[in-house]
Design a protein around this ligand. Structure first.
Ligand code: HEM
Length: 449
């Protein structure tokens, strides 16, 4: 608990710059691999040996063990298949409209609170409000605006989820790295409070929908209700299991979409504040797109065309990947090479930081240089050297949603404000956070354009 997972992975690759390293999680041996070639084998080529994650997942915590991130096979495969249509380009186009509305609120809030009142901004909190408003719509179909100081039923849960205390950090450390311990202690992936709240909100929305008899909603609630019908469950499964499966997806989509995107946006603005030249290039690209199309707000297609903006986000996720390692469990004895055979039941991790800071592939890796990604398309993992969203069949299901959510916010903020540094450049990561988060508040000065 003295350093974050992030710092641990960084130090490990610096102290042991080898293809793979053996580590101990308490009494449990594990393997950390550190090359793109091995990452490719484990995540994709030999996926059949590594289909599940190692982290704790126990039937006593239904929401914790049945969500897409933690759920084991065979349920995972069926569920992934059913949930993937949630994130098609068509659906994302519709959600982008709302992301844009929220990004507009973001710009107004910045003016109200941080330009006019000259308060110091906490970027992580500000962007969490934005992602929370967006997820309220995409999951529940509720249009709320905590950014506009309205009461949001979701902000109650999400503000709680994004605050990392010592105990919450410890709980997650055990869940991720010492699942046997987590099982004895019956730890929960989502707090009792958040679980109750999500349940109540979900069923309230379903009830209102049933009353209105309107099935034409495009959000996750409707999709999950159909998932309940289609998901293949064991023959002796209770009806409660199907309900728990639905709620578990709601919970993980909330958690997955808020933390990662708000962290990346915060680090991106911080880097831009320290890189005025790159910031001007980004502003020019956005301004040109707005002028050319004679629009105020860019839609899905316009945002997809902003290549430099995408490069800025990619480079931020290269230098500050929100998820520092990928987690797999070996399910069948596996011969890694002539020297190492991985036993069944052994956790295998991919050190994402070892890949992203490999100076042979990314020269001067400590430098933030968006031009590294000038010719990198969205789906490109640069031969497994760039894995912020993971890879293989278990890669992040919300990748395109997350990218679009960040594009919409960054485009509007940079179009309206110039940002300048407000805190020292070197930022330590929060030792209690599982996903990368700054230890002290990340902040910038906003100057109206
Ligand atoms: C900047 C944004 C995001 C980043 C950097 C990110 C990163 C990741 C990473 C690294 C993984 C593990 C992949 C692997 O093990 O190969 C993952 C999995 C996952 N993410 Fe994301 N994520 C982001 C946004 C989202 C969003 C918006 C959602 C939900 C809407 C989401 C939901 C999930 C889920 C459900 C999984 C588990 C997938 C599975 O096991 O099938 N993520 N994400």
């Amino acid at each position: 608990m003295r350093k974050s997972f992030w710092e641990y992975c960084f130090e490990l690759k610096s102290r042991h710059p080898r293809d793979y390293v053996g580590i101990f999680l308490g009494w449990q041996p594990a393997l950390m691999v550190q090359t793109p070639e091995l990452a490719k084998k484990i995540l994709n080529k030999d996926f059949l040996y590594f289909q599940d994650r190692f982290l704790y997942s126990n039937a006593t915590d239904p929401l914790g063990c049945l969500n897409l991130f933690t759920v084991k096979n065979p349920i995972w495969k069926n569920m992934r298949h059913e949930l993937s249509p949630m994130f098609t380009a068509m659906r994302l186009k519709i959600i982008t409209e709302l992301m844009n509305l929220n990004a507009k609120e973001l710009v107004l809030k910045i003016k109200r609170d941080y330009v006019d009142k000259k308060e110091m901004v906490d970027l992580k909190e500000l962007f969490s409000m934005y992602t929370s408003d967006t997820v309220a719509y995409s999951v529940f179909g509720i249009r709320v605006s905590v950014l506009n100081d309205q009461n949001s039923p979701l902000w109650f849960i999400t503000s709680h989820m994004v605050k990392w205390t010592f105990w919450r950090g410890l709980e997650f450390t055990l869940i991720f790295l010492m699942p046997a311990f987590a099982s004895i202690l019956r730890l929960k992936f989502f707090s009792e409070e958040a679980t109750e709240y999500i349940k109540k909100l979900f069923w309230k929305v379903v009830e209102e929908r049933n009353k209105a008899k309107n099935a034409n909603y495009k959000d996750l609630v409707n999709h999950l209700l159909s998932l309940k019908e289609n998901v293949k469950l064991p023959v002796d499964a209770s009806s409660q299991l199907a309900d728990d499966i639905m709620l578990a997806q709601v919970a993980v989509f909330i958690l997955g979409s808020i933390e990662t995107s708000s962290s990346t946006l915060s680090y991106c603005l911080h880097e831009l504040a320290y890189h005025p030249e790159e910031q001007e290039m980004l502003y020019d690209e956005i301004k040109k797109a707005v002028n050319q199309n004679d629009i105020e707000i860019m839609d899905y297609n316009n945002l997809m065309e902003l290549k430099y903006l995408t490069a800025c986000l990619h480079e931020t996720m290269r230098k500050h990947p929100p998820v520092p390692y990928l987690d797999r469990l070996c399910q069948k004895e596996y011969k890694l090479d002539d020297h190492v055979t991985i036993e069944k039941g052994l956790p295998v991790f991919i050190n994402v930081l070892a890949l992203h800071y490999n100076d042979e592939y990314f020269p001067d890796p400590e430098e933030w240089r968006p031009q590294r990604f000038n010719s990198c398309s969205e789906g490109d993992n640069l031969n497994y050297n760039f894995l912020p969203f993971g890879e293989g069949p278990r890669f992040c299901i919300g990748k395109r949603y997350g990218m679009m959510q960040m594009r919409a916010a960054l485009a509007q903020v940079i179009l309206n404000y110039k940002v300048e540094p407000a805190v020292p450049y070197a930022v330590r990561s929060d030792p209690y956070a599982v996903i990368l988060a700054p230890k002290n508040k990340l902040s910038v000065k906003f100057i109206k354009r």
